[in-house]
Design a protein. Sequence first.
Length: 457
Amino acid sequence: MRFLPVFLDLAGRDVILVGASEAIQNKCRLLLAARARVRWYAAPEDRASDGTVQVFARAPNESDLAGAALVVSAAGEPFDRQVSAWARARQIPVNVVDRPDLSSFIMPAIVDRGDVVVAVGTGGASPVLARRIRERIEALLPARIGEFATLLGRWRPRVTAKLKTFAEKRRFWESAVDGKIADAALSGRLTDAEALLAEALAGAAWDTGGSVAIVGAGPGDPDLLTLKALRAISDADIIFYDDLVTQGVLDRVRRDAERVFVGKRRGRPGIGQVEINRLVVEAARTGKRVVRLKGGDPFVFGRGGEELGHLRAAGIPTTVIPGITSALGCAAEAELPLTLRDVATRLTLLTGHLVEAGEVDWSGLADPATTIVVYMGLAAAANIRDGLIRAGRDPATPAAVLARGTWADSKSVVGRLDALPALAPRIGEGPALIIVGEVVRHSAPWLGASKLDEAVA
Ligand code: SAH
């Protein structure tokens, strides 16, 4: 670490700006937000003095720096060098924009959410990289985090007065920033949050109860996690995950979280739904923040509904966080529109298990404007073909098999419906989806746009 980050209180202090560039104008905005009194030399011509900014058309003299708390300059050479030397001689911290060599401090990229401010620096090496990092942090922070911080700040004197030991205070604040109080404040229910704070402080035991989030992990690519899902797995004490949850997603789980694999792997039976339900409830009852992490979306062929029912019956507070279901992830990756005006107006999601069990009413799927997506359907490829063609669907209807969608080794094969059983084995290991419908004709694999794809006549 080359520079020490600090937050300066500049309220009412004098800050000198030199130069008219856009960079200096941005600094002026920031300094005013921090309630500094700005003295601006060699300012833009159209800038007038007002209550907080004193504007000078001329360049500053050495003596103009007297009493300043900070100096920021972007006047260009050689004047910047002069300003830097004057400031250093007077022991005033100075920043010359884009010139770390002339600066005694540098300005970080910042995330500004009111009382919550995050500063990101790269030691002057790459402001653009700092901005990228800032964008990522920006995306991670809940929108109302600043209001939440302000609320907590307001309560601080009361909490300090009431709770005596450091440990008590820490436990109080930890429960406030993580639990129901945070949930209420961050979802905009500030009155509820205040009521919960009051209740907690009045001595009613503060929230140490466990909870469960049933979270959709999306089709595989960790960048397709929702922001809420990312937050849930970043905060979890324990996660129970299925076999379709990829390593890339697991890498984003909180490092200290316990990880329990509860899926099936390669023909080996899993631990079973009853046992999963039991483990999840048990973990929540010990006060843990539990994440039940499932591939795709929990409510699309993911048994999320059953698990939710069980948790409700057990009286465990539960939330559901949606994920991008594999049909949507795979379709987007293959540039395959699932509905398309004048081509497909209906979308049906099916499971191959029902097909194998002979429980699908094919007559309802014969309409050429229906797109059909079959999950877990590889073993049922021949039945799907037979059922659809018998119901009157054109044997020449295009079909696609999309495997390992959004994973690094995703693969797709396209061809005709009547060749579907020959397509399926070509994609290698699952998971894979079968998509049947005229829209496949508009997809990247059909149009030959991707080298990975194969077409079977
Ligand atoms: N809840 C999940 C589906 C679970 S069922 C979801 O919403 O996606 C498991 C089936 O999902 C697999 O057999 C396969 O058909 C499909 N699947 C899941 N992830 C997939 C992926 N990355 N690529 C292709 N198919 C996938």
